[in-house]
Structure formats: structure tokens, C-alpha cells
Design a protein around this ligand. Structure first.
Ligand code: BG6
Length: 512
């Protein structure tokens, strides 16, 4: 281990500097995201000395709270959401920097009041007039908040002070609404001020995909259609829809996971090497490869897309059907599982299918990308007792296991030629240990440092929607007849197996 540690590349100081002075404003501050992710992420950043000393947060929501009760509430929540012992002085430091304002997002008077609070807090904490607005609200408020901020003069960047806006997902619910939202917010904001967040890009293992591909010389030469047979991306969850029935009924598995999180994984796996790590260099390459995904034509939806909804089942204990969940219609046609066969029509990937699947209440929580290489020629083994060759497989494990596995064939010791499959196994925790992280630390820090590399640009959001729109349209026009079609605690509907079987392939078995 020591020898390996010596080989680590330490990034030079500028990469680890705290962000400059900043005042963060959280719209929807009384919600789940603030207590579960944002405040713990700010604490982790402070602990890593990456948060500026000149820092404060103003939370705003409809809930009748005061700054005092907001601080109290978050302090209590904090103990629940942090997995390690709390550094009390550090937490107190952070809590003293939290402020709260009650208000409705469509009321212009609230923004006048907000302006006054910001001026006061800014002065008190020396945040240099730099404002980071975080929209953690229902998406219906995104454009309202942006235009109200603009009208109140809270977006204009004067005297070197910056204004940035982080927008949570979902960014639109189809191509038209995403375009309309982009149009609306760019009336007030410059594209460079907009940070469309995707928490998948905050995951260490996701960020590592680029380093793995472009920081090593042995993978890139075989990273194309000549060597790769197909790619499988699995994002399986064991949870159901929890308290989010209202949102999920409108969204469904495809909208919720594919054009955003899964497309970002595809982009990182499939893009060409960017010329630098600059935000636009990376995002140009991502946009380029996503644009090369061939649209699924309406007549192909039945053979290239599968939807499912969970019925009752068991995964350790009995679980109800989706239709019996809170805020879900008893005759709901919303899918809780989606699988697609995608093709990228460019020189690197033509004819290499990317099979993606995601679902709730599946048998195991796992996110992984499995790259299956072409099978080797068999002739050499014809006169031996080897009857088939297992192709090489490279698995990038994103969560909960974090690591990289490479499967290859090896001779089973003994007098005859027999072959077995073995794995080279790398686990992050073994080399790097684990650091508590919510996944939001990097993203918040990047936004404070004006680095938009890990955020969606308008064009990548729109291209994501344009690929899945025909599927959404056909699914809407043809209500499902077989729902529910998979049991809780399984790997999804039978039709998903057929999606691969038609191509002579099968989903990889992920051990439970
Ligand atoms: C969110 C979806 O974006 O991602 C949720 O809205 C989903 O439905 C979640 O559960 C999954 O995130 P993670 O980080 O747990 O894989």
C-alpha cells in the first residue's frame, strides 16, 4: 500500500484552494435537499478547508420559520444525516452563518426584502457581493424565481461581483418544456451564469471515468467498435418512490433517470478525448457524442424500449405494489422501470449497442457500466476441452461498490487445457480509504470557483430530451396493458430480457 501511495499525484495548491467569498441563497430551504445534502456538503467543504471564511447562507421558503428556528432545525437534522462524529466548533461556525426568510416565490415584495437581507448579511460576513442562488424548489418555480431575481436587480453583475444560479433537476419534462425553460431563464441570465446540476456528476466514481480513460494509455486504443461488442449500463435501486409519489407519477423512470444521469454516463464513456479539462472543451465533446445517438423512431419503440411497473413482492420483507404507494393513482400507468437499446452512429461506436436499464424496487442497489469486449477467435482451442471462450468484460462500479473489475480467461491448473474466468479487482476504499461525501461537495465548490465542467449545458439537456421524446410520445399514446409486470425484488420485466435476446445477448448477472 505504501508503495502505491507514493505514486499518487498530488494536485498543486491552486486546485485545492478554498473558494472566494460567497453568499449562498437556497430557494426551498425548508425541504429535504437542504438538510440531507446541502448543509452536510457545506460542512464537509468547511472541514476540508475549501469553504471560504467569508461565507453565509440565506434560506428562503414558504414555511413560517425564523433564522433562530431554521438554525435549530438544521442543527437537529444534522446529527441524523452525518455518518461520522460531528466537529462541534465547526458545525457551530456554519450554523452561525445561516439565515432565513419566509416568502412565496412569486411575490415581488419578497425579492425586495431578500435584497435588503442580502445587503445586510453580505456586509456582516464580508461575502464581497458574490451571490450563488440555489433553486431547490419545485420546477414550476425555476423561471419565476429567475425572472423575479432579475426584476429586483439581484442578477446584474457589477463591480466584479458575480451572480450564479444552480438549477436542480428535472430541467423540463420533455424537449419543448426544456427549450421553453432555457428560453425563459436566458432572458435574465447569461449561459455562463447557469449551472444545471446533475448529482451523478458529483460522484467520485463518475468523475473517475475520464481519468480512467484519458489518464491511462492502455484502454483508449481498444475503446471502440473494433474491440467492444456492447455496453450495458445498469442503475438499479431497491427503494420505491418513498414520499415522492406526486412527482414520480408525473415523471416515471425514463424521465427521472435516463436523459440526465444515464446520458451523462454514456457521454463520459463514449465521448472523444477533450482538448483540455476546460468546461466547454469537455461539454463540447459530450454534446457531440450525445448528438450522435440515433433517435428511436416511433415504429422502433416497441422493439428498442421496454417499460415496467412493480407489483407487490419481497426483498427481505413484503413490499407493496407501486399502485398501492402513497400519492399514486390506483390505476397508474407510470413506469418504474425503463430499458433502452441505444446506438451511437459515429466512427467510434457504429453498431455497438448501449443497453441501459433503470428501475425502482429491484433486487439490488447497483450502478455500474459493463463494457463487454468482442470474443476472441476460437480456432486455437478447437482440439482442446475448452468448449467456449468467455469474452473480456470491464466493469466500472459506480455505487454502492466503488471500483473497477476486469474479467479475463485463465487456464485452470492441471494436465488438460481448461479455461476459467477470473477477475482483476480494484476497490477504491482499499487504496484511498473513504471520505464522507454527499456528492454535492465538488459541485458546490466548482460553482463557487466558476467551473461549470460538471454541469449540464443547454444543448446537452435538449439533446437528451430529443432522444427520449419519441419513446415518451409512443408510451403516452399506447397505455401499458401488462402493468404491473415485475415483482418487487427482481431484475425487472421479462420483456427487458427479450430486448437483448433479440440481439443474441443477455443482461449480465449482477451477484446479489
Ligand atoms: C434522483 C432521482 O435524481 O436520483 C431519484 O430523482 C433517484 O428517483 C436518485 O432515486 C438516485 O440517486 P442515487 O445517487 O441514489 O443513485
Amino acid at each position: 500500500m505504501a508503495a502505491i501511495k507514493e505514486a499518487f499525484i498530488e494536485f498543486p495548491e491552486p486546485f485545492r484552494e478554498p473558494a472566494g467569498p460567497c453568499l449562498m441563497v437556497i430557494f426551498g430551504a425548508a425541504g429535504d435537499l437542504t438538510k440531507r445534502k446541502l448543509v452536510p456538503a457545506l460542512y464537509n467543504l468547511a472541514k476540508a478547508q475549501l469553504l471560504p471564511k467569508e461565507f453565509a447562507v440565506v434560506g428562503i421558503a414558504r414555511n413560517e420559520l425564523t433564522t433562530e428556528s431554521f438554525r435549530e432545525k438544521l442543527k437537529e437534522d444534522f446529527a441524523t444525516f452525518l455518518s461520522e462524529p460531528v466537529d462541534q466548533p465547526l458545525l457551530d461556525w456554519l450554523i452561525r452563518r445561516l439565515y432565513y426568510l419566509t416568502g412565496t416565490f412569486s411575490d415581488p415584495a419578497v425579492y425586495q426584502e431578500l435584497g435588503a437581507v442580502l445587503t445586510r448579511v453580505n456586509k456582516e460576513h464580508g461575502t464581497a457581493g458574490n451571490y450563488l442562488y440555489y433553486l431547490a424548489t419545485n420546477p414550476t418555480f425555476f423561471s419565476v424565481i429567475v425572472s423575479q431575481l432579475g426584476d429586483a436587480g439581484l442578477i446584474a453583475e457589477e463591480n466584479g461581483q458575480w451572480r450564479r444560479v444552480i438549477i436542480e433537476k428535472p430541467f423540463g419534462r420533455d424537449l419543448d418544456s426544456a427549450r421553453a425553460l432555457n428560453r425563459e431563464i436566458t432572458k435574465t441570465l447569461d449561459e455562463r451564469q447557469i449551472y444545471r446540476i446533475d448529482h451523478y456528476l458529483g460522484k467520485e466514481t463518475v468523475q473517475n471515468i475520464m481519468v480512467f480513460r484519458f489518464g491511462n494509455s492502455i484502454f483508449e486504443p481498444i475503446w471502440d467498435r473494433r474491440y467492444i461488442d456492447h455496453v450495458q449500463i445498469t442503475v438499479a435501486e431497491t427503494v420505491g418512490v418513498e414520499q415522492r409519489g406526486v412527482y414520480y407519477e408525473e415523471a416515471g423512470a425514463l424521465r427521472d433517470m435516463i436523459p440526465n444521469h444515464i446520458f451523462q454516463l454514456i457521454a463520459l464513456i463514449a465521448m472523444e478525448p477533450p482538448i483540455s479539462f476546460d468546461a466547454d472543451a469537455v461539454r463540447d465533446e459530450k454534446a457531440k457524442v450525445l448528438r450522435a445517438i440515433t433517435p428511436i423512431e416511433p415504429e422502433d419503440v416497441l422493439t428498442r424500449a421496454v417499460r415496467g411497473q412493480y407489483g407487490p413482492g419481497r426483498n427481505g420483507h413484503p413490499m407493496p405494489a407501486y399502485k398501492a404507494e402513497l400519492h399514486v393513482a390506483p390505476n397508474s400507468a407510470t413506469e418504474t422501470y425503463a430499458a433502452l437499446k441505444l446506438l451511437i452512429d459515429n466512427w467510434r461506436w457504429a453498431d455497438v449497442p448501449f443497453y441501459v436499464r433503470t428501475g425502482k424496487r429491484m433486487s439490488k442497489r447497483v450502478t455500474e457500466i459493463a463494457i463487454q469486449f468482442r470474443r476472441p477467435p476460437f480456432q486455437l482451442f478447437r482440439k482442446t476441452s475448452v468448449d467456449h471462450l468467455t469474452p473480456n468484460l470491464l466493469v466500472l462500479q459506480i455505487q454502492p461498490e466503488e471500483g473497477i473489475k476486469l474479467r479475463f480467461g485463465a487456464k485452470v491448473p492441471g494436465p488438460t487445457v481448461r479455461m476459467g474466468s477470473v477477475n482483476m479487482d480494484f476497490r477504491y476504499a482499499d487504496y484511498f480509504g473513504t471520505t464522507p461525501s454527499t456528492g454535492y461537495e465538488t459541485l458546490l465548490h466548482d460553482c463557487m470557483k466558476d467551473d461549470a465542467t460538471l454541469f449540464h449545458r443547454a444543448d446537452t439537456v435538449e439533446v437528451g430530451w430529443s432522444v427520449v421524446s419519441p419513446v415518451l410520445d409512443v408510451w403516452k399514446a399506447l397505455p401499458p396493458r401488462s402493468f404491473p409486470n415485475y415483482e418487487c425484488g427482481t431484475w425487472g420485466p421479462r420483456e427487458a430480457d427479450e430486448l437483448l435476446k433479440r440481439d443474441g445477448r443477455h443482461w449480465r448477472t449482477i451477484e446479489t
